[in-house]
Design a protein around this ligand. Structure first.
Ligand SMILES: C[S@@+](CC[C@H](N)C(=O)[O-])C[C@H]1O[C@@H](n2cnc3c(N)ncnc32)[C@H](O)[C@@H]1O
Length: 241
């Protein structure tokens, strides 16, 4: 039975809605009775009362990235991809994450890892992130309201992801929580923060800093070319204990 769905307009793929199978969805193309989703399978088509069709898809992490409520700037999928690729993050891994923000990184990683424990210092942000995790239906992601700089953990983590301002102090606070051979991956919007991260990781091995540049292709009537806008997000510094 479908509880969560992404509805994608057949006429215009950019028109998408993340919904639950309850109540009604009012769109500019008409109303959809969402209760009907309970009787459908993913891949089905539903129509508004005006006859506009939508494909019913199972939401995945990139859909949640686009549609979940945010409390701040999440890490971008391209940067999360760098972390996954360069740490080999996998289904056996225990992951420590901070700060949680809206929980986007924790949700992406929760879909891959065995368990994710994510620290958020701000009460409202932690609450929102916990709601987002519940909305997604992940039971292996724990949102902890607390200061990562004060972490005391019995657990050892295989991968630690950090996306917050005080990056040097955060690295020093978490490094004893890392399993032998584990990775710390820190995201830094500025060069200066990347330097700070690298200084704090100086005793580690395999220290690498990446800038992930993602360039979408545009296909138009006048021709085909890379999108003119290539945005900087930040640097990912990865090191291994
Ligand atoms: C850029 S956001 C993280 C976004 C997150 N990676 C995501 O993908 O949604 C940074 C977050 O770190 C939190 N934060 C800052 N300092 C912290 C600390 N010492 N311990 C825990 N969280 C902290 C902030 O409140 C903020 O929500």
């Amino acid at each position: 039975m479908i509880e969560n769905a992404l509805l994608v307009s057949i006429a215009n793929n950019n028109r998408q809605f993340l919904v639950r199978s309850e109540g009604e969805l009012h769109t500019d193309a008409g109303i959809i009775n969402l209760e009907t989703l309970k009787t459908l399978d993913y891949g089905s088509i539903v129509a508004t009362h005006l006859g506009y069709e939508f494909k019913v898809l199972e939401p995945r992490a990139p859909d949640y990235f686009r549609h979940l409520k945010r409390t701040g700037a999440p890490m971008m999928p391209k940067d999360i991809g760098i972390i996954v690729a360069h740490t080999g993050l996998n289904k056996d891994d225990l992951v420590l994450d901070a700060g949680t923000g809206s929980g986007i990184t924790a949700i992406f990683l929760g879909n891959i890892a065995k368990r994710v424990v994510s620290y958020e210092i701000n009460h409202n942000f932690a609450k929102r992130a916990a709601e987002n995790v519940k909305r997604v239906g992940l039971t292996n992601v724990d949102i902890v309201e607390g200061d990562i700089l004060e972490i005391v953990s019995e657990m050892e983590f295989d991968v630690i992801t950090l996306d917050l301002c005080e990056i040097g102090n955060a690295i020093r606070a978490v490094k004893d929580c890392l399993a032998p051979g584990g990775f710390i991956a820190s995201f830094s919007p500025f060069y200066e923060q990347a330097f700070e991260a690298r200084d704090a990781l100086a005793s580690f091995t395999q220290i690498t800093t990446f800038e992930g540049i993602e360039r979408e292709m545009q296909f138009g009537k006048r021709g085909t070319r890379p999108a003119t806008r290539v945005g900087h997000t930040g640097f990912v510094t990865i090191a291994r204990a």
